[in-house]
Design a protein around this ligand. Sequence first.
Ligand code: HEM
Length: 299
Amino acid sequence: MTDPVTVVDAMERMSGLHPGFRRAHALGRCYDATFTPSGAAAAYTAAAHLRGEPTPAIVRYSNTAGDPGQPDAGPAVRGMAVKFLSPETDLVALNVPVFMASTPAKFLDMTRALTDKPSGSQQRADAVVAFITANPESVHAFQEAATIPVPESYATIRFWAQHAFVWVGPDGTRRFVRYRWEPDAGLHHLTAEDSADWGPGHLLDELADRLPVSFTLKVQFAGPEDPTADPTQPWPADRPEIDAGRLEVVKPVADQEFWDQAVFDPTRLAEGIELSDDPVLAYRKQAYAEGRRRRAAGH
Ligand code: HEM
């Protein structure tokens, strides 16, 4: 069963229940930003936010933990969710290039492997190995997650939206693309020891002192044989890319509570962009709505 109630129930077992918070990426903060298109995307998509004038955006940076009290230390998965406001469309990214599960059912299997047996037990380690053995396509993401560097700042991390999307050009031509945010400050890493005393939200506080910061939106075009339905599989690095524009993250939003209640839904697309055949991408709409339903109800 991959109904979203079952899946979100399983996610809650990862970090315990924290009423009112997201079931993943519980601790985050939102920022005002502006996206300025370079013009390079205009030949390939009719999407207004990627081809015209600068557009306002809201950015949410977060630690992946479902527990908002989890320290920020170490090589954690982290998120950068962007909501372009005109037209409203969301682009949700992580600091790893590929996902750990190729279907929603496998995501549920993985979540169970990570939670069903007692924390730190040999049975849990065995369950994770069994999941990876049964799903060899997930090896790449587990390797990536195991080697994530500790960042100096949210402003020095590379973020990937992982899924393929379809760009529909002004002439109707359809192309598969993938998105990546490149930090304009460059990639700067620390060691796990450097971060040992970081408390929850350390990197959110660091960002407050550093703003404004900026990212370039890189868009990669698929080759004819590249997989479009499987977020566990990267495309070769030599595929053609464009710089679609630059995002300047300026200051914390005035109303954190309002924006923290928003949903950043990767299936909320602008005209000129469509979902690919990736089942995980399509599924996220239901899972995020279920997560939002629970936290809005104070659960
Ligand atoms: C079956 C697969 C997945 C499920 C069930 C799932 C589930 C969730 C849920 C329930 C939330 C909290 C939503 C809310 O309360 O607003 C969330 C947040 C998030 N997820 Fe996923 N997710 C999945 C795949 C992915 C993938 C592939 C990415 C890669 C980009 C990703 C990145 C994020 C990020 C960055 C957030 C935080 C968004 C924010 O700041 O509002 N997730 N996920």
